[in-house]
Design a protein around this ligand. Structure first.
Ligand SMILES: CC(C)(COP(=O)(O)OP(=O)(O)OC[C@H]1O[C@@H](n2cnc3c(N)ncnc32)[C@H](O)[C@@H]1OP(=O)(O)O)[C@@H](O)C(=O)NCCC(=O)NCCS
Length: 293
């Protein structure tokens, strides 16, 4: 695929050979970590590709001036088939020239071609919000990023875990992604399993487990814990609470400074009164944006 523009750049799919040039752009922009770190950039690239995602770049004479990661996901109803913009960066000296617009247009076309009906993303700040609004994105589900100070006493009654699930399981096709849903589910799954292959320190304690007494699944990726519930099990019901406890137990009391990080729709966090239960917990609101393609 090649989308030519009136200016000097063109947008194309990236291959693994482009990772050093992508890394160079992030370092130029002052991000020596994550995508600016060669090993971590390879990890992020592998995560996107392992779930059939696409990496797009804008290049000027093979110098990367824009980078976008598109996840393509198929999940249980009502999410269905959709695209998710996981990363988007335009080199700082090439902004406001239409590069971001061209990358998003290409991502929309790829999502449509894959049978998706919409694109989702989370804006980083007010400028990103203005950009995505100009690209046709509108606010979707208001959510909160939670750091929960969960005491061990809160975990009595946690549902026991069954054996770990293998990397190739696809529980999100039949289970609802109730907590930790900041990114597309297959991507969270890939991060949980591939972090170990890359030997990242954050890989400690990652993995996925089915609960012994139900179909529910809990997942620990390097940064968040996740809960997947059967569609007929209301997340705020008493029956679901042992599954929430099992998810929280994946991190509570561990080495992560006593906090358990997850993401929940604001309305559900309010119904569960998560913040009121445990003093010292914090919540940062964010909004998933969505745009039909
Ligand atoms: C957000 C970002 C990707 C936009 O890329 P870009 O190539 O500069 O965007 P474009 O030139 O295609 O802008 C398209 C339109 O979006 C809007 N827009 C873009 N940047 C904007 C800003 N900083 N403030 C307000 N509106 C903005 C404008 O309407 C713009 O059209 P105009 O230039 O004709 O007014 C770029 O600023 C960036 O890399 N930021 C840092 C990383 C980031 O926030 N990524 C977003 C993912 S969270």
């Amino acid at each position: 695929m090649a989308v030519h523009s009136a200016t000097a750049y063109r947008v194309r799919l990236a291959g693994a050979a482009d990772i050093p040039a992508i890394t160079a752009m992030y370092r130029f922009d002052g991000f020596p970590h994550a995508q600016g770190d060669p090993e971590r950039a390879a990890f992020y690239y592998a995560c996107v590709r392992s779930v059939s995602g696409r990496v797009l770049i804008a290049v000027e004479d093979e110098v990367v001036v824009g980078h976008l990661e598109l996840l393509l996901s198929q999940e249980a109803s009502p999410l269905g088939r959709y695209g998710y913009l996981e990363a988007l960066e335009v080199r700082v000296d090439r902004r406001r020239r239409g590069v971001g617009r061209a990358l998003v247009a290409a991502a929309k076309a790829l999502t449509r071609a894959a049978g998706g009906a919409r694109l989702e993303t989370v804006p980083e700040d007010a400028a990103a919000m203005a950009f995505y609004t100009a690209m046709g994105f509108r606010p979707g589900t208001p959510s909160v990023d939670l750091d929960l100070a969960v005491p061990p006493t809160a975990l009595h009654g946690a549902a026991p875990l069954r054996r770990p699930l293998p990397p190739g399981a696809h529980p999100w096709l039949r289970l609802r992604h109730v907590a930790g849903r900041q990114y597309a589910a297959p991507y969270c799954w890939a991060r949980a399993f591939l972090a170990g292959c890359w030997g990242l320190p954050e890989a400690t304690g990652t993995g996925a487990w089915q609960l012994r007494d139900s179909d529910a699944v809990v997942l620990a990726d390097p940064w968040l814990v996740h809960l997947f519930l059967p569609p007929d099990l209301p997340p705020e019901s008493d029956e679901a609470w042992p599954a929430w406890q099992a998810m929280l137990a994946l991190r509570a009391g561990g080495t992560r400074e006593g906090y358990v990080r997850t993401v929940v729709a604001t309305s559900l966090a309010d119904r569960l009164r998560l913040l009121e239960h445990w003093p010292g917990s914090t919540a940062e609101p964010f909004t998933l944006l969505t745009c039909s393609v």
